[in-house]
Design a protein around this ligand. Structure first.
Ligand code: HEM
Length: 402
């Protein structure tokens, strides 16, 4: 049995094939689904790779989300840099129940399936507008889908949802883009966070003066949260909702374009779109690092004992490729029933906006396929640069033709 004191390995980051998680994760899942792990800052913890144990960690109240207990989550891959989540009221991603419950309860109603379905026509209009603009600005019939579409769609949708006028947002868009760039330094990202936080604080103050009919307006009206808490809630929705959806959209298109038979099946029967979205979520699992918890007491699992105070990292990509849960897990198959996949996490912190994300993907892929029947890569697939080592995996750019 491995000894956590003998400097265990860091989390594997190197992919042998661009759409598959590092092969050594599969090896670990088979041999040792709770394996000792070293973090970039030198501290030791555990890496969980099986579907069953990933669910256990994420749903067991003996594992905490408080940042001081899982402080090295961001340090799995990065050597430095920490988002400014410490000590700001309302940062519910880093809370445990019952503190966490208050925010989730307020947000669940605002982000219900019904409300998100109602938002879909607006998302579709936005997707059409972006494609109109991409076609008009690129008469050569070629563009980078990441900047023209995949980043722009979630940005506009979040503004719509939160009730941020788009012209105000456009002033801050370069900051948001910088925050998402893989070559930005940790300090630059931190500065972007600060600027966005200030911008959102100002938006909240405006809504407190003059109520509006949108998600933030609704939260202001409920009078349950302070201005600082409201700003934190807006900030978390804003930052968590951009990079994830943008990368799912662009990497999802890359995946479809490099699996022509699956793409043809989807074009032939668009009713399969819901299922295809679910399978893309499972197969790509873009949040490849950074999901961690701290043990509040000793916990025995997978034949190991996680000691009180230790950090446990859950590999969602490894869990979603677990053959004990999904038949033939490394095959991308839009006809499978991929329910139960962990792309949105599990337990009390499971993605609060997953219905919105599904609506954005369903609409985003749907409109792209409908409007661009000849859509194809503009470069060989092997030349598309990937976001290797980024917490949210994806393509760096996606040159396409139509
Ligand atoms: C395909 C796109 C998305 C993916 C794959 C995704 C994935 C996830 C995952 C795995 C978690 C759990 C984190 C953990 O357990 O530590 C999470 C939480 C969260 N997500 Fe998403 N997400 C997506 C889209 C969005 C969008 C569009 C928004 C906002 C508009 C959003 C807002 C949040 C928030 C606020 C949390 C924290 C919830 C909590 O702590 O209770 N996500 N997401």
């Amino acid at each position: 049995m491995p000894d956590p004191d003998s400097r265990p390995p860091r989390i594997p980051t190197e992919r042998q094939s661009v759409l598959d998680p590092p092969a050594s994760l599969a090896e670990l899942r088979k041999r040792c689904p709770v394996a000792p792990l070293s973090y970039a800052d030198g501290h030791l913890g555990w890496l969980v790779t099986s579907h069953e144990l990933a669910r256990k960690v994420l749903s067991d109240s003996r594992f905490s989300s408080r940042p001081e207990l899982r402080h090295s989550a961001v340090h799995e891959v990065l050597g430095d840099g920490q988002p400014p989540e410490e000590d700001v009221p309302g940062m519910f991603v880093g809370m445990d129940p019952p503190d966490h419950t208050k925010y989730r309860r307020l947000l669940t109603g605002e982000l219900s399936v019904r409300r998100m379905r109602q938002l879909e026509p607006k998302i579709a209009d936005t997707a059409h507008e972006l494609i109109d603009r991409m076609l008009a600005e690129n008469p050569s019939g070629s563009a980078d889908l990441v900047t023209s579409f995949a980043i722009a769609l979630p940005s506009r949708v979040i503004c719509e949802l939160l009730g941020i006028p788009y012209d105000r947002w456009e002033g801050i868009q370069p900051v948001s883009e910088k925050m998402l760039r893989i070559d930005s330094t940790a300090d630059e990202v931190k500065e972007c966070y600060r600027v966005i936080f200030e911008f959102l604080a100002d938006v909240v103050a405006g809504k407190q003066r003059k109520p509006t009919d949108d998600l933030l307006g609704g939260l202001v009206e409920s009078a349950e949260l302070s201005a600082e808490e409201l700003t934190s809630v807006a900030f978390q929705l804003f930052t968590a909702g951009h990079e994830t959806t943008a990368n799912m959209l662009s990497l999802g298109v890359y995946t479809l374009l490099t699996h022509p038979r699956q793409l043809a099946a989807l074009r032939e029967d668009p009713a399969q779109l819901d299922n295809a979205v679910e399978e893309l979520l499972r197969y790509l699992t873009v949040i490849q690092f950074g999901i961690s918890r701290g043990a509040l007491e000793d916990v025995e699992m997978g034949g190991e004992v996680v000691r009180k105070g230790q950090t446990v990292t859950v590999s969602l990509p490894a869990a979603n490729r677990d053959p004990a849960r999904f038949t033939d897990p490394d095959t991308f198959d839009i006809t499978r029933q991929p329910t139960g996949n962990l792309a949105f996490g599990f337990g009390v912190h499971q993605c609060v906006a997953q219905q919105l994300a599904r609506s954005e993907m369903r609409t985003g892929y749907g409109v792209l396929l409908e409007r661009l029947p000849e859509l194809r890569l503009a470069v060989p697939a092997a030349d598309v640069a990937m976001r290797d080592g980024a917490i949210v995996y994806g393509v760096q750019t996606l040159p396409v033709r139509w």
